[in-house]
Design a protein around this ligand. Structure first.
Ligand SMILES: [Zn+2]
Ligand SMILES: [Zn+2]
Length: 349
């Protein structure tokens, strides 16, 4: 029996469990450890039985609970070497500040309300790294240009899950102040294009176009069942579309409605980034793939990483349904929408 449980999906946190009869993998840990545990239990999964954490890329909404969860459960983290380096760099604080100072700093400099771009400074990642980046006591990266966040759901207030993850790590650091915040129980490197195994699950990582150090998607295979996860990609290149063939479950990004994004409140630099070739897949781009690039074989198509500010579940659903309706062979397909605030019921194959 192979199972996939989406615990959370969206720009505030991403996490999914893929499991076989004997192996359980947490794919991304983008919620606080406490929230991850809570959602696992609510979804009928036991956190203590996880074998590994597997990471797609270093953006906060994919890693903010990673270190605390890995340390708590004593399990290895699998990522690429460039992703690990990028994460370690960000986790190394320039100076220690209190949590209250961190919040104050965010509000005064790091996170501006939508529409305040004129005060925000320049628009390149390089300049963001020079000017816009602030680090918390834990090295949690802050960037007003959102180059460290995924879909740049920019807001004036810190996201509650981000706050919870930071508080957890601060509490841990207070207990053991000597401990390196970037310490992990074990790190295993993989490379895009080179398959590997965790227990009885075979994993093929593939490169995706996204503005992170070395972002990947995954195909999982166990007991003859194939599950593909492809979120956080600016467009659908042929190397990715090839990987998404002959899958039983396809989890695909449907991030934004292009008109909502264009007319929405984001600074232009952020809009450009989301729409770029290394940003996120729009509803239209996902539908285009479902209509033309996809082989129609998946029993479940899960639309994922929907933007809270620039999308509506109904819009994502309608465009995917329209794309799939033209495919006569797809009548047996289930179309699901992954949610930010609650786990989806487990998909069992
Ligand atoms: Zn991302
Ligand atoms: Zn993301």
């Amino acid at each position: 029996m192979v199972r996939m449980t989406v615990l959370a999906s969206g720009s505030k946190g991403n996490s999914t469990i893929v499991s076989s009869a004997t192996t359980r993998i947490l794919v991304d840990a983008g919620l606080s450890c406490r929230e991850l545990m809570k959602r696992m239990r609510a979804a009928g999964e036991q956190p203590e039985t996880l074998d590994a954490i597997l990471i797609t890329h270093e953006h906060q909404d994919h890693v903010q609970g990673m270190a605390v969860t890995a340390r708590k459960l004593g399990i290895p983290v699998y990522l690429t070497e460039p992703t690990h380096r990028a994460w370690v760099r960000w986790m190394t604080p320039q100076k220690r500040i209190t949590y209250a100072e961190w919040l104050a700093q965010r509000q005064s400099t790091g996170h501006r309300a939508p529409g305040s771009e004129e005060k925000q400074g320049a628009g390149s990642r390089e300049q963001g790294a020079e000017d816009g980046v602030r680090r918390s006591a834990l090295g949690v990266q802050e960037c007003d240009l959102a180059s460290v966040r995924c879909s740049a759901d920019v807001g004036a207030e810190p996201d509650p899950e981000e706050k919870a993850a930071a508080e957890e790590a601060i509490a841990e650091a207070e207990k053991e102040p000597q401990k390196d915040p970037a310490a992990l129980p074990a790190v295993e490197y993989f490379r895009a294009g080179s398959g590997f195994r965790i227990g009885d699950i075979a994993i093929t990582p593939f490169t995706i176009p996204h503005d992170a150090a070395d972002p990947v998607g995954f195909v999982f295979e166990a007991d003859g069942v194939r599950i593909a996860i492809a979120t956080d990609l600016g467009y659908m290149p042929s190397n990715v579309s090839v990987q998404l063939r002959v899958c039983d479950v396809l989890m695909l990004e449907s991030n934004h409605d292009v008109d909502m994004l264009r007319d929405g409140p984001y600074p232009w630099s952020v809009k450009q980034r989301v729409m770029s070739r290394v940003g996120h897949l729009s509803n239209d781009a996902a539908a285009e793939f479902l209509a033309r690039g996809y082989d129609g074989g998946a029993a479940y198509v899960v639309l994922a990483h929907l933007s809270e500010n620039n999308n509506l579940p109904e819009l994502a659903r309608i465009s995917a349904e329209r794309a799939l309706r033209d495919r006569m062979s797809l009548l047996a397909n289930h179309l699901l929408l992954a949610e930010q605030d609650r786990p989806l019921e487990a998909i069992v194959l």
